[in-house]
Design a binder for this molecule. Structure first.
Ligand SMILES: *Cc1c(COP(=O)(O)O)cnc(C)c1O
Length: 323
């Protein structure tokens, strides 16, 4: 009788979720199951409203607004910069090399006493490739601040996760998500794996009931449906090959980058115009041509066979019109 909930219950049939009660603020069950699944300890796991919440909180923990800075390695995920800016934290850039690998010298060149966090994304969005594990490990070892390794796409690659390395590197934070391989983007469940000290800070500053009982329960159920998740991953990898093979045969497409994720980045003549054409046909991909090293770049998510065929049909129409 401490939280002024409605003891008479919710008006919904809630599958035993007790929706009239506030959710477990520390998400004990989900953290335990996720830790077991990734081979880490429950107190090394933080659960947020998407990994976007974890990214925002990590910046708020380690950076003083108006004073500190983060380092990002473009072309990469845009949320690191957005989260820094909304917290009045400056952003330094150390672009990836031409093969989209971390540039250790460029990172060192922009690192100052104010550089508190470095973000690496592997497999990287929007380029799709794995970052080299040895290079990442040397950066984690040498960087004088927190290194966040964003593993949103880790289930689509053969490269091992850095999750277990939080035991060895106290400055490492690994973020993962239920939004991609687990297919729960609508539930908003993200993960940060880090030392108990860091997850303790995360738990302390998050809003108490950040994750609803519904979201916690859906994530738990998804963890129990591993065979379906694995099957979906297999289907995505098969469709990725199909999409790549067909794209490579198109006369306007002059490069399809290697991908270890659930999307492909490719280069096509006059990409902006193709993008606009495809939108006009009701198929929306992502134009990435403004990113360094991605001139004329289009990022397309691997869909079902029907979705992929629709996208390829629009590309075929465009090819006929322009040639
Ligand atoms: C999609 C994506 C995420 C997922 O964010 P959520 O907030 O967990 O949905 C995180 N990082 C990268 C690089 C992504 O592309």
């Amino acid at each position: 009788m401490d939280a002024n909930e409605n003891s008479f219950g919710s008006p919904l049939l809630d599958d035993g979720l007790s929706l009239h009660r506030y959710p477990d603020p520390k998400q004990h069950k989900l953290r335990e199951k996720f830790a077991e699944y990734r081979g880490v300890k429950p107190d090394q796991v933080f659960v947020g409203v998407g990994s976007d919440e974890a990214i925002d909180l990590i910046i708020r923990i380690f950076c003083t607004p108006g004073k500190d800075e983060i380092i990002v390695c473009p072309p990469t995920y845009g949320m690191y910069e957005v989260a820094a800016q909304t917290n009045d934290v400056a952003v330094k850039k150390a672009p990836l090399t031409e093969h989209f690998q971390p540039d250790v010298e460029a990172i060192e060149a922009v690192t100052t006493d104010q550089s508190k966090i470095l973000f690496l994304c592997s497999p990287n969005n929007p380029t799709g490739n794995d970052l080299d594990s040895d290079i990442m490990e040397s950066i984690i070892r040498d960087f004088p601040g927190i290194v966040v390794v964003d593993e949103a796409y880790i289930d689509f690659t053969n490269q091992p996760s850095f999750a277990a390395s939080v035991e060895k590197y106290p400055n490492l934070v690994v973020t993962q998500t239920f939004s991609k391989a687990f297919g729960l983007a609508g539930a908003r469940v993200g993960i940060a794996i880090a030392s108990q000290l860091i997850t303790g800070y995360l738990l302390k500053i998050k809003s108490p009931y950040n994750l609803s009982s519904i979201a916690q329960n859906e994530a738990l159920k998804a963890l129990e449906q591993r065979n379906i998740v694995e099957e979906n991953i297999d289907n995505i990898l098969r469709e990725r090959r199909f999409l790549r093979d067909t794209l490579e045969q198109n006369e306007l497409v002059y490069n399809v980058f290697p991908s270890d994720a659930n999307f492909l980045l490719f280069q096509i003549e006059d990409a902006k115009a193709f993008y606009q054409f495809s939108v006009s046909k009701g198929v929306i991909c992502r134009y990435r041509g403004n990113e360094k090293g991605c001139e004329n770049g289009i990022r397309v998510t691997v869909g079902t066979r029907a979705e992929n065929e629709l996208f390829l049909k629009v590309l075929e129409q465009w090819t006929t019109i322009t040639s």
